[in-house]
Design a binder for this molecule. Structure first.
Ligand SMILES: [Zn+2]
Length: 45
């Protein structure tokens, strides 16, 4: 049984469960915060 009871997806970069994961079409496994970082750095995933 998971200790985390949430419907939120887990961000693959920071491993946080946030409601904003999947808000970005290009990086649908990232939260908005990580998306902005990755996008600014230009890292391919
Ligand atoms: Zn994240």
């Amino acid at each position: 049984m998971s200790a985390v009871a949430t419907d939120h997806k887990r961000c693959e970069r920071c491993w946080r469960y946030t409601g904003d994961v999947g808000q970005n079409a290009r990086y649908d496994d990232l939260c908005t915060r990580c998306y902005e970082v990755v996008d600014s750095l230009g890292f391919p995933l």
